[in-house]
Write a protein that binds this ligand. Sequence first.
Ligand SMILES: [Zn+2]
Length: 183
Amino acid sequence: MSGNTFGGIFWSDGSYFAPMLPDLPVFTRCTGCGEILNIFKARHEEAGSWEEADGLPSVGHLSPEDIREALESGRYQDAEEMIYLRRRLWWSMNDHPYGDETPTATEVTGEYRDNAIALMSLLSGESNGDLITKAELYRNLGDYEMCLEILTKINEPSLNTQKVQIEEASRKKISGTIRFNNS
Ligand SMILES: [Zn+2]
């Protein structure tokens, strides 16, 4: 995935809205037969022209209900696909502030907690990307101590801006998703 991040909005759960950085779906529901499938594992080909592409069905992201169905019916083949689905379900349950309003506290329902815990156990690696996601999940669950402890293990300079903002929110005991200030 490549693109220009200029003008984008980035949130602490890893989701973003950036016109120049399209968020391409991995899983979609086939508009023909209704099956939920991984686009990259299905047979696919490039349209030969704009006109040809215009006549094809559009490929959209799964709705939260579709994601639940994909998880419940085991429509994934490996950990990577499960991580994708659980991450998307997490995002769908978070509130994403567009301005500088106070983040809405995450409502930790049974489903929210179960999904967060399952996602954390899938992110068993010690990569900086996994660590920052786990720290954020702990913060969402209201476990600020664990969030802060995991943040101390992150040693990637490019993640410093995000790390500092998640840390600040955790110290203030704010559990909701925050919009990163990328200035
Ligand atoms: Zn189909």
